[in-house]
Design a protein around this ligand. Sequence first.
Ligand SMILES: Nc1ncnc2c1ncn2[C@@H]1O[C@H](COP(=O)(O)OP(=O)(O)OP(=O)(O)O)[C@@H](O)[C@H]1O
Length: 481
Amino acid sequence: SPPQSLLSVHDAVAQRDFEPTLPPIPDDVLEEDDNSVKIVSLIKTKEPLGATIKRDESTGAIVVARIMRGGAADKSGLIHEGDELKEVNGVSLEYKKPKEILPLLARSQGEITFTVIPAFARTEVSSDKKKLFVRTLFDYDPKDDPTIPCKEAALAFKRGDVIQIVSKEEDTWWQACRHGNGNTWAGLIPSQQLQERSSSSAVDLTPTGDQRSFRLGRRGSRARMAAQARRRSAGMDSLVRTPTYVEVVPYHRNPLDPHRLVVLVGPSSVGVNELKRRLLISDPERYSVTVPHTTREKRRQEKDGVDYHFVSFPVFEEDILNHRFIEYGRYRGHYYGTNLDSVLKMMAEGKVCLLDVHPNKIKHVYTFEFKPYVVFVKPPRIEELRLTRRRAKFICDEEEKKPVRIFSEEDFEDMIGLAESMESRYGHLFDKVIVNGDIATAFRELRADLDELEKAEVHWIPAEWICSSPTRSHSDFTGWI
Ligand SMILES: Nc1ncnc2c1ncn2[C@@H]1O[C@H](COP(=O)(O)OP(=O)(O)OP(=O)(O)O)[C@@H](O)[C@H]1O
């Protein structure tokens, strides 16, 4: 039994300069998970304990990353790799970063008490980590599905819902249940293979040539003709795999973590800038945008780092080669661009950074470091565009004689067409869709959604952010105790 083995550990190590003991658990400590919590005391000398700790990115827990062979922690036999540390000398580690914990430990000498959840107990407690969760990328209503073997046994869902897959035994029908509403029974859903096979609709994969420029070239008549040609050829292009499900994992945001990057995308002139502007003025303390980089000369009234980051050609080009630019372009002989470092800077300042890019740029920030929350701004139906944009003017092309003009029917059609191709091509990356009909309504909806994001206990983020990031250097900070 555990006490027996601990005693023998005690005997084995009592002669040395540290002394593991297992004191009784005080009544007031963590009583809700009583049987999974263990209190461990070690006597610490000037020597380190011989362990490293890190923060588990998906749960936010502080866990033992490594036990160094032959070190004090190792010899005690009381702490193991994967154990979660809850408290040190009665001080809760919740929301603490490894680098804040290290001084706590460095200061202590003599008896040092850890409250831990052993790794074996943790796997039961947080077995959510083992479960398979997916975000659905299509609407599913069994009532409209003639192929489902039993409509009553099916699970309906809306695109964007998070569901748990409980069985993949059959190739055609999987079993899934909703997360968190207490319903434990599962329902049938189409398997990935089945869904891919049954939706034979072609998805337009043509590159959408409208590089959403950052305030530089606007779409001129040539671009418009190209857009029309693209739309005509739509459907003749290669088929893509239909988006079905994407694996997600829970992420519990530590209040001290940077805010998620908010990426706003949408067809040109749909109103992305307008919404961004309203967010910024609604709460300038909270929201911010990045300062672009440029190689052009600083004008007298401009401030470096405020209007632009003014850099030389070689510096700019080196950053291009190092993939530091999310997007960049040349205008009148000079480079302009949005650099990853300026995004990180805003995030480090505790701001909600708003980034406005073409959806084909999302991939540059599609990592755990940025945790992008992607909002797609979509035009309403054409009737509503006509009504709401009656008086709106937009910048269509700086090269044209009349760079600012009112919307034409053709502009509305282009906007809707582009929105459709963006949605079919990048829709799997969108966390939220806002229809920008009436601007006040769209803004309210966006603002409310971002407020909710701030408060959310669990964020469902793509599993690929956790699994395939080899260089999570600073978030996977390892502290040496
Ligand atoms: N819901 C709306 N109702 C009326 N006018 C709108 C609405 N949304 C945006 N506008 C107006 O439409 C014009 C274009 O909007 P905006 O500049 O925000 O587009 P954008 O998506 O940022 O375009 P671009 O990518 O080309 O810069 C602006 O004059 C803006 O005020």
